[in-house]
Design a protein around this ligand. Structure first.
Ligand SMILES: NC(=O)c1ccc[n+]([C@@H]2O[C@H](COP(=O)([O-])OP(=O)(O)OC[C@H]3O[C@@H](n4cnc5c(N)ncnc54)[C@H](O)[C@@H]3O)[C@@H](O)[C@H]2O)c1
Length: 417
């Protein structure tokens, strides 16, 4: 058997690849184009925790965990012929697709970055799905980390998958409407729809894993050696809210809550996200439903203000005195939205969450304190507006603009993850 992990240089992809490879002797093929490293650099930031190049990572994985089943193929997934080569050579039985431009604020910098994000994410997924079909690999289990952001912020409990629609006295189960709130998030709504279509048309078994805001610095495998560390971003564009707040606490900055901050957002620890993806990747094909399954990859919904207060409390344990400040909200969002989200299927998959949010914050702050100098050297990157228009123009990464007119029409809101 062969498992292909895309986005394998990324925050989630790297620890996922390691977890899968430690649980099987089968081949695990890693793919990435290192775009994330360039994006973060282009907005003037860096991973707070130092990360190695892929060669060093693989050598360390072999030395520390005895993993000789990992290999890496540098590939830009928007290049159809490269994806075709990849699939025809490796013939994966499972694809764990985590490659994407995953930042909402980055996708909102300007129209060019919105185009780039939608082109990158949609084309990569389409290339993989069509590639599986065109190479006779329709039995390959396709697992993608989409996002809980596809749901938007509805006033009812979010189902784990389909929504019930009633009209004219009749009812049916329908795909959840694409209510994403950013140009990035909408790429995942489109991916969800494209995966459904690929399942219907080609019969590809799909696990659409709607990933929540993921927090944490390490997993069991990455913690074993500093050379195996995964990246940790804390800037406005690429730092998720928990990571940014923890970095602010370490740098002695007050935590910036936009508006009231009473809106609840869905969260999951990196460890619990990686575990679910590894279990899906290694599911016995005989017991796997030959189907299209949606997982809400979330363990808890937490309000932004609760996050800030938990971090302030835990920071106190480290002798840090951290204030929580409310700023005018630059985003259009309901500041009191009580998100409720069903997660029974995902919870059953991983057998319940492994750590509490508070424990996660303790781990992050402990790790970040070791790299305090890196964080403080980039503390001007915490807030929006750090890029002038000219600087934003300079963030342009060249790409073949052969299909950059994907449709999307929602307004700016939040990175949401
Ligand atoms: N981290 C979160 O909180 C979160 C929340 C919800 C969903 N997700 C989703 O989970 C996945 C992983 O997120 P992450 O936080 O690890 O992001 P990440 O940016 O660290 O990882 C994505 C990786 O994909 C690679 N990549 C992007 N475009 C590519 C292309 N065209 N070809 C090859 N490689 C490409 C990047 O270089 C990067 O290493 C993404 O799909 C993201 O949308 C993440």
């Amino acid at each position: 058997m062969t498992v292909l992990v895309t986005g394998a240089d990324g925050y989630i992809g790297w620890p996922t690849a390691l977890r899968i490879a430690t649980r099987t002797d089968d081949r695990v093929v890693l793919v990435d184009n290192f775009a994330r490293r360039e994006w973060v650099e282009s907005v003037g930031s860096t991973s707070a925790i130092p990360i190695q190049g892929m060669e060093e990572r693989l050598a360390a994985a072999e030395e520390v965990h005895g993993l000789s089943n990992l290999s890496f193929v540098p590939t830009d997934l928007t290049d159809k012929s490269a994806v075709d080569r990849l699939l025809s050579i490796h013939e994966p039985n499972v694809v764990v697709h985590t490659a994407a431009q995953p930042s909402a604020p980055y996708s909102q910098i300007n129209g060019e970055r919105a185009n780039y994000t939608q082109h990158n994410n949609l084309q990569a997924t389409r290339n993989l799905l069509w590639g599986l079909h065109e190479h006779g690999l329709e039995d390959t289990h396709f697992v993608e980390t989409t996002t809980t952001g596809v749901y938007g912020a509805p006033e009812f409990p979010i189902p784990e998958g389909e929504a019930t629609m009633e009209n004219g006295g009749e009812r049916d189960e329908v795909p959840f409407p694409a209510m994403a709130g950013s140009w990035y998030h909408l790429t995942k709504s489109h991916d969800a729809a494209n995966m459904r279509l690929a399942h219907t048309q080609f019969g590809i078994p799909i696990s659409d894993v709607r990933t929540a805001i993921t927090y944490g610095t390490e997993t069991e495998e990455t913690a074993a050696d500093p050379r195996l560390a995964t990246r940790f971003d804390f800037d406005y564009y690429f730092g998720v809210v928990t990571h940014r707040f923890c970095a602010q606490a370490v740098a002695g900055y007050p935590m910036t809550v936009y508006g009231k901050g009473e809106q609840r957002k869905p969260f999951i620890a990196l460890e619990d996200a990686v575990e679910g993806l590894a279990r899906l990747a290694l599911e016995d094909p005989a017991s796997r439903p030959d189907d299209h399954v949606v997982y809400n990859q979330v363990t808890r919904a937490i309000s932004i203000v609760e996050i800030a207060e938990t971090i302030a409390d835990v920071a106190g344990e480290y002798g840090l005195d951290v204030a929580v400040e409310h700023f005018e909200n630059p985003r259009e969002e309901d500041e009191t939205h009580k998100m409720e989200i069903e997660n029974d299927r995902y919870d059953a998959l991983i057998g319940g969450q492994s750590t509490t949010f508070e424990e996660g914050v303790r781990e992050i702050l402990g790790a970040l304190l070791e790299y305090e100098d890196t964080v403080t050297a980039h503390e001007d990157r915490f807030l929006p507006g750090v890029l002038t228009d000219d600087e934003a123009d300079e963030t342009v990464v060249e790409y073949e603009d052969d299909e950059s007119t994907e449709e999307a029409d929602t307004a700016a809101t939040t990175r949401g993850e």
